[in-house]
Every structure is written in structure tokens, then in C-alpha cells.
Design a protein around this ligand. Sequence first.
Ligand SMILES: [Cu+2]
Length: 243
Amino acid sequence: MNWLPPNGALRGIALDHLLGWNLSIVFWLFVAAQVILVAALIRRGRSGPGDVSRNSSGRNFFLHVLPLLAITGLYLWMLVSSHHLWAERSEMSAPARAISVEVTGVQFQWYFRYPGHDGIFGVTKPNLVSAPAGNPLGLDPGDPNAADDVVSSIMMLPAGRPVNITLRTQDVIHGFFVPGMRLKQDAIPGMIGHLEFTPETPGDYDILCSQVCGLGHYRMQARLRVVSPEQFQSWLTARENAR
Ligand SMILES: [Cu+2]
């Protein structure tokens, strides 16, 4: 899987391996289907025209039922193993330790909001949304919970801590895509999405939009910076005090 960008998330390598397994299984099933198809055509060609009485009723089990059962078992394994891994990745073993971030897609930018000291996201109102006035998410100044909210255009995260993402969009469908974290989910208008992962390796990662969301789609990019817990705390504190 060396065509994938370097992984920085917990269980990311396991996901890559599963992807590799699934792709190779599907590839060899495809090859086997083509071989069987060609072999059947050759056999039928040799038996001559009009000779359609040959059937395999006595060998039904080995020819039909057994391969069907084997393939069903294979697909069940793929289903169960991927669900198992997804549950492991999303598992919030220590919810109190998880850090909450709200991700909002806007044509053509990503915004990241941290709830601040109180741990509660303040109320936002669509009629207050104004990027030129410095309030791109429409934070309500009348709500005390909004007073310490931090809004950023870069996503800062501490390494080794689970992240609980709330995903929103202000206009059209956007796709929150972080290849380095093996993360991809659509933000749907009118819905709130949830996504969990744990960044492990400090560094910079690309955040893209995976849905063609308009003329500026190509430049809808942001940066995820994974730093040490101390660096993250000092960044967050500086942002909170700046408000
Ligand atoms: Cu977009």
C-alpha cells in the first residue's frame, strides 16, 4: 500500500491492510470468474451446436452450492472485519479524554471550532454569519457559552488523544477528507455528522474537500497540525485569551 500517503492515525495501518486484502480478494475473484467463463465457452464450443442436453444436476452441490457458500462466507468475513475495525477506530474508550472539535464546511473553506474552557459549544445563528465581520460561523454574542469558543482556519490537535468531530456545512455538500488520517465523511446540509479518530504521529496533514462543491472546490483545503499536548494547550490558551 505504498501509494497511500503516510498514515498518522491510530489503527490506520490496520485499515490499509484490510483495504489491501479486500482489493486482492476482489481482484482474484474477478480473474477466477473470467477463467471459468472462458473455460465454459470452450467446453460448450467443443460439444457442438444443438447439444444442450448436457447438464450437471448430479454435481449441483459442488458446482453451484459450494462456490456460492464460499463466496458468501468471504463477503461476510469482509463485512464483519471492516465493521470490527471501524468500531475499534471510533471507540471512545475514555470519552472524558476525547477532545471535541466542530468542523464546518463553507464554500470554499473549512472552519474548526473548539468549545473552550467550559467544554460547551456556544449557540450559532445563521443570520449572524459574516466572515468579513470576523464571525464566519455566526456565534451568538449573547450566549455565555460562545464567549470562550475558539474558531480557527487551521486544525490543531494533540497527538495520542481521541478526537470527537461534529461535522456541519453552511451551504452545499462538502466532503471532509483527511487522507493522512484515513478519514473521509460528507457534510450534509441540515444534518450534523459525527466522526471519531485518534491522531498519533505529530506533523502536518492535508485536509481536502472530496465533493465537487462549486467553482472554488479546487482550493477548498486546510491543514491539520498534530502537535504535542503541551504545544496544543498553549496554542488553545493563546487563542482563548485573544478573544
Ligand atoms: Cu467543498
